[in-house]
Write a protein that binds this ligand. Structure first.
Ligand SMILES: [Zn+2]
Length: 110
């Protein structure tokens, strides 16, 4: 799940920066010129849900298990985890191959 997406048609590699600047919707491969759909939402939602559950469990465990915990340290740790999560966003982007429309297929046969 956590790796940079590649073109579903030719396997062209996209850099972290390129993926980060892409928007949801149709994109054209710089290498094979074929279309694919960029889906940033789904993987991101899954990642956020996992991290939220993880943070809730860890925070609760710390608060329950130690009587003299320091809230500031927990908050800092949470912030680091959240920052790392944000940095991982491009790794959750999915490229889905887009079928050509009939008109485009005809165009390609010429
Ligand atoms: Zn390609």
């Amino acid at each position: 799940m956590l790796k940079l997406p590649v073109c579903p048609h030719c396997g062209a590699v996209y850099s972290y920066k390129e993926v980060n600047s892409m928007k949801n919707g149709t994109s054209i491969c710089y290498h094979c010129k074929k279309k694919f759909r960029v889906n940033k939402t789904r993987g991101r939602m899954i990642l956020i849900s996992i991290v939220c559950i993880f943070l809730i469990i860890v925070n609760t465990a710390i608060m329950v298990s130690s009587e003299n915990f320091i809230p500031v340290i927990i908050m800092l740790a949470d912030m680091i985890v959240i920052t790392v999560t944000f940095l991982m966003f491009p790794l959750t982007v999915k490229f889905i191959p887009e079928k050509f429309t009939k008109a485009e297929k005809r165009e390609r046969k010429k």
